[in-house]
Design a protein around this ligand. Structure first.
Ligand SMILES: [Fe+2]
Length: 250
């Protein structure tokens, strides 16, 4: 099976459209590591699109906050403001869709690999640091885990001999940014990056392509119409900080 693996769309329609166009013909199914809503201006359209595509996904912390599974008390002011705005405009069915999203780890292909939002040991934890990823690789149980949450496109891996390797996307790198064949016996944690709000100093939308037959992985970036998204965010009076950061990928 060929998968489009995405994460942290954050209600960014233009970014998701650009990713789907760039990946067109290269995948059979969409897998998503959560945070489909929050921050951006098109939560309704994103939910409808993912439902229409039959995407398989796990819930993220913003998905939980929007549907009330989390009170958003730990969120910063701008994130909370966007959460409250998103809550108001979703339909009851869309609200229910978020409520029904499964928590990770979600096994795929009978447990050949899995999806989580934050980390294997805790769906809300961040794996920014190689040391944290190193610990999570030891509790992953499966040879491959896709994760999101940090909005950083990267691969952490552990060889059968215990060699630990971390590979991060370099801003401005051509695409595919990272490409590799996953080795048998190794354990991998792969973050496809954020579709809708990248934070690794590269404003282009991030995504991954994984072929489970050949074990080939590609992590890519694609430009999208950031100004259109920002215009809608201004119209909806979403926080200025959230609007500006899209230009810089931070
Ligand atoms: Fe996120």
């Amino acid at each position: 099976m060929r998968y489009l693996v995405i994460s942290d769309i954050h209600s960014n329609w233009e970014a998701l459209e650009a990713v789907l166009a760039a990946a067109s013909g290269k995948f059979d199914e969409i897998l998503c590591c959560g945070d489909i809503v929050g921050y951006g201006p098109n939560p309704r359209e994103i939910i409808d699109k993912l439902q229409h595509c039959g995407a398989r996904l796990v819930r993220g912390n913003h998905d939980k906050a929007v549907c009330g599974l989390d009170d958003a008390a730990d969120f910063n002011d701008t994130a909370r403001e966007a959460i409250l705005w998103t809550r108001k405009i979703l339909s009851p069915d869309q609200h229910q869709y978020l409520l029904n999203l499964p928590h990770g780890p979600l096994p795929v292909e009978g447990g050949a690999f899995q999806l989580v939002h934050g980390a294997v040991h805790d769906e809300d934890e961040y794996l920014y640091d190689p040391a944290e990823a190193f610990d999570d690789l030891h509790v992953a149980r499966l040879p491959l885990t896709f994760f999101g949450h940090t909005h950083y496109q990267c691969v952490f891996s552990l060889s059968p001999q215990g060699e630990f390797v971390s590979t991060f996307h370099e801003p401005g790198a051509p695409h595919p940014v990272i490409e590799m064949e996953l080795e048998k016996g190794w354990i991998y944690l792969v973050n496809p990056g954020s579709v809708g709000q990248p934070r690794d100093d590269d404003p282009r939308a991030a995504f991954g392509l994984y072929d489970s037959g050949t074990r080939r992985l590609e992590l890519r970036r694609v430009k999208y119409d950031i100004e259109s998204v920002q215009k809608k965010m201004r119209e909806f009076r979403l926080p200025d900080y959230l609007i500006k950061r899209l230009s810089f990928g931070r």
